[in-house]
Write a protein that binds this ligand. Structure first.
Ligand code: BG6
Length: 498
């Protein structure tokens, strides 16, 4: 995060895996939007790299159609100007062929920033980094961006971190988690540390529980082979949800310096209480969707989506986490994520404790504890649920009501998409919103025993109907189950007058 944004230097971005979903759906549209905003200095270039052989023209045509989908109102002349900076290079990281020509294409003779974005399988990271080193592409202006999940357990993550670290020092490795680039996650820092209101209450004395929910309505789509070898715990909880937990639970860092922020996040990860195998069934739930019906009609099940007869992979994961530290002792953090759920909604919901004594014993309406909700998507904003007197009633009738702040309405400016923001940070060399290797390894240290318990348990993931709120036994992990606000999926209290 840049409080005073530094100038943006001329840069080259090399995307390995440039024909993949992430490159076409997220990275190139983000670069194009930055270009439209005038944030891509003249002379900057995009070099797409993948194994398949194709011409520059064919690749540009594929990029153009992806951009037309992502930026619906794109103008033809803007597209052409942007595409003029895009080239394609067929390379196999495991073969020597083609690398000399690629290195020559990279060499512009100036001192520009060079970003190597590894949007490939982690199995290729070591080979790519070695090739970059062999061809002297790892000079001081070069940096590497590594996508999650880094490894599939602690051991493989250490191997990847070591391999990348042999070529690039830690200061030039940008381990990206796009959730850290989302507007509301950044705003969590502002909310917590630029206001005096919340921090005195931000502890186990006042907070009863925290729910971190990333619910997706989409299924696994075309990513079946990747997803089936990964599952929700590795795909989402190990990274996005734990990073959200860090931002919500960390102590105030001394500054926004990368080291200061990353150290505080690391302390959170290291204070996660291990989940022993014997407790895994009580403290976690895994599920897999079966055919069901949602707002868009009938939806196929997971097995149909991935085209297999059986699979033990979870498309839903919920874990009750606890932090063993003074501030958060005894406060459950419910981490919950899944595909093909009833709604697309991501939020951090902080539930405060009940009032110690009610003077409203004879008054109608129950007193719902206060809740602060940071909505990541859709409709980024902050909602504070308070108790209030309901105006229509003759006597005193209490109802919860919410104070709502929508970023779009409050500021009326276009928000940068997470990838736009993070790509700018990479170009500027700002590591604050990227993960240190110690964070990745601490996260796996906590995840590994849950994975082991799940894989050695009898029985597979619990089925849930596509379009529902997940497996029945996950109800206590979702706010709805806990607060009993059954008619409102993530527990939004009934609005006054509603
Ligand atoms: C990715 C996961 O990291 O995040 C996907 O691999 C998931 O499975 C995606 O769909 C969700 O991101 P967002 O920004 O759409 O919430």
């Amino acid at each position: 995060m840049n409080t005073h944004p530094l100038p943006i230097p001329v840069f080259d971005i090399v995307i390995f895996g440039s024909t993949g979903d992430l490159a076409l759906r997220k990275l190139l549209p983000a670069l194009f939007r930055l270009f439209l905003d005038g944030r891509v200095p003249a002379g900057s270039r995009v070099l797409g790299v993948a194994r398949e052989r194709q011409t520059d023209a064919a690749y540009r045509a594929a990029v153009e159609s992806a951009l037309r989908v992502a930026v619906a109102d794109a103008r033809q002349d803007d597209l052409q100007r942007f595409l003029g900076s895009v080239s394609y290079h067929a390379l196999d990281a495991t073969q020597a062929e083609g690398w000399d020509a690629f290195a020559a294409a990279c060499n512009t003779g100036d001192q520009r920033v060079r970003v190597f974005y590894l949007s490939t399988s982690p199995a290729l990271f070591a080979d790519i980094c070695q090739q970059l080193h062999r061809h002297a592409l790892d000079g001081p202006g070069s940096r590497v961006v590594v996508e999650k999940p880094i490894g599939r357990d602690l051991k493989s993550a250490i191997a990847i971190n070591d391999a990348v670290g042999r070529v690039f020092d830690e200061q030039r490795i940008f381990r990206i988690d796009h959730y850290l680039g989302k507007e509301t996650v950044q705003n969590l820092l502002a909310l917590r540390f630029a206001n005096t209101l919340f921090e005195p209450l931000w502890n186990s004395d006042h907070i009863e529980h925290v729910h971190i929910t990333v619910a997706e309505s989409i299924g696994v789509g075309k990513r079946g082979p990747y997803y089936d070898g990964t599952g929700a715990l590795r795909d989402m909880v190990q990274n996005h949800l734990l990073q959200l937990l860090c931002m919500a639970a960390m102590e105030p860092p001394s500054s926004l310096d990368p080291e200061a922020v990353r150290e505080e996040k690391l302390k959170v990860l290291r204070s996660l209480k291990p989940i022993p195998a014997a407790e895994a069934a009580r403290l976690s739930v895994r599920g897999q969707y079966v055919a069901g019906t949602g707002t868009e009609g009938a939806m196929p099940g997971y097995l149909e989506d991935i085209g297999k007869a059986t699979s033990g992979t979870e498309s839903f994961a919920a874990v009750r986490a606890e932090l063993g530290n003074w501030r958060w002792a005894g406060v459950p953090f419910y981490l919950c994520t899944g595909k093909r759920l009833a709604e697309r909604v991501s939020e951090i919901s902080v539930s405060f404790r009940s009032i110690p004594h009610s003077i409203f014993a004879d008054v109608s309406g129950t007193i719902t504890p206060n809740r602060l909700v940071l909505r990541l998507q859709p409709d980024e904003g902050v909602h504070l649920y308070l108790m209030s007197k309901y105006p229509e009633s003759d006597g005193l009738h209490l109802k919860p009501v919410s104070l709502n702040m929508s970023f779009a309405d409050a500021f009326g400016v276009r928000q940068l998409d997470a990838y736009e923001r993070l790509l700018l940070d990479v170009v500027r060399g700002n590591l604050t919103l990227f993960m240190h290797r110690d964070e990745i390894e601490a996260a796996w240290r906590w995840i590994d025993p849950i994975e082991t318990a799940w894989s050695s348990a009898t029985g597979g993931p619990e089925p849930y109907a596509a379009g529902s709120w997940g497996p029945a036994s996950a109800a206590p992990f979702l706010l709805r189950g806990i607060s009993g606000e059954g008619d409102s999926p993530l527990g939004a209290p009934v609005r006054s007058g509603g």
